[in-house]
Design a protein around this ligand. Structure first.
Ligand code: GLU
Length: 315
């Protein structure tokens, strides 16, 4: 029996939500909706609200962004429990979880570069084969490193060749079915009023997903399931853009024996171009709206949050 260095939260009781921003930019209104949704759902049920800084991508993290995110959340009128978990402090735990998956035979090293993957997919398409994309729009991994034998892989790793670790989806699904005694993999989605719906999960649509990145001993998918379990999060509140990722998260939770939270995927705020707000699309930051003189009440109005009946917010 392997030991787990991180202690999963002992219970999944109560109502514990979280807001988990990546500090590679300032918050925009979409983040504010996300944070208020989690805060409000917890407040209404006498629950707990946590903030987690998802800074595994240390090269893109700026301390100034961490500070401005927390300052913006406080300005809006939110309060959260201390201490704020920083994922960059927990790489050992993600590495240990990956080691467990490896020992179960569910991960394999992938040495392929992005360019090689694109080329392999293009060659398949040129041969007239259709190629499926994952829910994020990236072509499914064409299996380039799958055929590499264990000895060769070990040697290349020993020589320091950069590699990611991918989930062997076929094997993972078999193991998942075994653990669930043949029951289907699902997740529970709750609406803002707490009504539940059971949703079938199809992690296979992600193909052999990257579980440990080349540049970082973790990935978003691995770190998020470890930390939701560690922090005893019972309701994961986040935008609908992450709806499909939940399928993969449920699979990892089953494989790693982690508690199952429920999920609330809230609506997305769209820009004038009909696309979801994002840093990359240059959406207005909360910081610049504040500097322009907007009040917290006006921000809430802008995102149509009154409908949630927020009372704890500064007006
Ligand atoms: N860190 C992710 C982001 O900023 C959100 C993760 C989550 O809520 O599961 O997009």
């Amino acid at each position: 029996m392997t030991t787990v260095p991180f202690a999963p939260h002992p219970t999944t009781e109560g109502f514990v939500t979280r807001f988990a921003p990546s500090p590679n930019g300032d918050l925009h209104l979409g983040h504010v909706l996300s944070a208020i949704t989690g805060h409000e759902m917890a407040r209404r049920r006498d629950g707990r609200f946590l903030v987690r800084i998802e800074d595994i991508d240390v090269a893109r993290t700026r301390e100034a962004h961490v500070a401005s995110i927390l300052d913006d959340l406080a300005w809006i009128g939110l309060t959260w429990e201390q201490p704020v978990l920083r994922q960059s402090h927990h790489f050992r735990d993600y590495a240990e979880a990956a080691r467990r998956l490896r020992h179960m035979g569910l991960l394999y090293p992938c040495f392929a570069t992005r360019g090689e993957i694109i080329q392999a997919v293009a060659a398949e398409v040129a041969r007239g084969r259709g190629w499926t994309s994952d829910p994020d729009g990236a072509p499914l991994y064409p299996g380039l490193s799958r055929a590499i034998g264990a000895d060769e892989a070990a040697e290349r790793i020993r020589l320091g060749e950069p590699h990611a670790w991918r989930l062997d989806m076929e094997k993972a699904l078999v193991e998942c079915r075994r653990r669930l005694s043949g029951e289907p993999l699902t997740f529970v989605e709750i609406d803002a009023e707490g009504r539940e719906a059971v949703v079938p999960a199809c992690p296979e649509r992600w193909g052999d997903a990257v579980i440990v990145r080349k540049d970082i001993p973790a990935s978003y998918h691995l770190a998020v399931v470890i930390d939701d379990a560690r922090q005893g999060v019972t309701v994961v509140t986040r935008g609908r853009d992450l709806y499909a990722a939940t399928d993969l998260h449920r699979l990892l939770q089953v494989l790693l024996g982690l508690a199952e939270p429920r999920y609330h995927h809230h609506r997305l705020l769209l820009g004038a171009d009909g696309r979801k707000l994002s840093k990359s699309a240059g959406s207005m930051s909360l910081r610049s709206l504040r500097q322009g003189g907007m009040t917290a009440a006006e921000v809430c109005q802008e995102i149509g949050i009154e409908r949630l009946g927020v009372t704890g917010l500064r007006r």
